[in-house]
Design a protein around this ligand. Structure first.
Ligand SMILES: [Zn+2]
Length: 267
């Protein structure tokens, strides 16, 4: 069975269902996970990330019930390209950190509680993947769950796209998510915008932080070998030599973010 079949329509929690957009690719894994959120029994729903401008996908999301609110995790096209068409289709306000993607509503505010579809969601500004990245903590009947957007993915690791993304803020965002999910009654699941749901946010934050530390050590070693002023291309050749050509550009963007971090003295 393909990944697509496995994830699509999956109940990620009591309150969250995944509808997978048909936009699989090297940067989107199986495609974008659009989430439909509602407290059990609520007639209306919240939709997080309508995804690409794909009429069939947007129609499936709209069929999930009256949509009370649309939330956007960040401005990348695989999350927002369909947002305006979707808002027009369902007549719901759309909120994001970036005012450009808000429709009929105010931008999100870090720390605010959003109430809709019988749910309360805590809004977190988690810059790093992009400057406008958001995570949403859903307070569910069985405990909290964190919608992580592209800040944490279901498989592999997230790209920090310099200059919109930045490594220092990203590491701080991971630490913040980790602390928030820390002393809970049980593990807090991570519901990513690409790939499968992960059972334990603390474990995945630890793995991501360890991965970043390891990559930074590799970049430092590359600079020691190539010279402090080495280009991002040369460092990428050395550190990401085993990377597939399809994600080479992303690897180079990631190296630029790491070099900016190291050269900014924020190591
Ligand atoms: Zn993204």
């Amino acid at each position: 069975m393909s990944e697509r079949n496995r994830a699509d329509g999956e109940r990620a929690s009591e309150e969250a269902t995944v509808l997978l957009a048909p936009n699989a690719g090297p940067m989107t894994l199986d495609g974008t996970n659009s989430y439909v959120l509602r407290t059990p029994g609520s007639p209306s729903a919240i939709v997080v990330d309508p995804g690409p401008d794909d009429p069939a996908h947007l129609a499936r999301l709209a069929a999930a019930g009256p949509v009370e609110l649309v939330l956007i995790t960040h401005h990348h096209a695989d999350h927002v390209a369909g947002a305006a068409a979707f808002a027009a289709l369902v007549g719901a306000p759309t909120r994001a950190f970036d005012p450009e993607f808000c429709i009929g509503a105010e931008p999100l505010v870090d720390g605010e509680t959003v109430r809709a579809a019988g749910l309360s969601l805590e809004v977190l500004h988690t810059p790093g993947h992009t400057a406008d990245s958001a995570c949403f903590l859903v307070h569910g009947a069985a405990g909290p769950a964190m919608l992580t957007g592209d800040t944490i993915l279901g498989r592999g690791t997230t790209i920090i796209a310099d200059p919109d993304g930045a490594l220092g803020p990203y590491l701080a965002s991971l630490e913040r998510l980790r602390a928030l999910a820390g002393p809970a009654d049980g593990p807090v699941p991570a519901l990513p915008a690409h790939g499968p749901v992960l059972p334990d946010l603390v474990a995945i934050c630890d793995a991501y932080l360890a991965h970043r530390a390891e990559r930074l050590a590799q970049v430092r070693a590359a600079l020691a070998e190539l010279g402090a002023d080495a280009s991002a291309e040369a460092v990428t050749d050395l550190v990401y030599h085993d990377t597939d050509a399809s994600v080479r550009q992303a690897a180079e963007a990631s190296v630029r973010a790491q070099l900016a971090h190291l050269r900014g003295g924020r190591s």
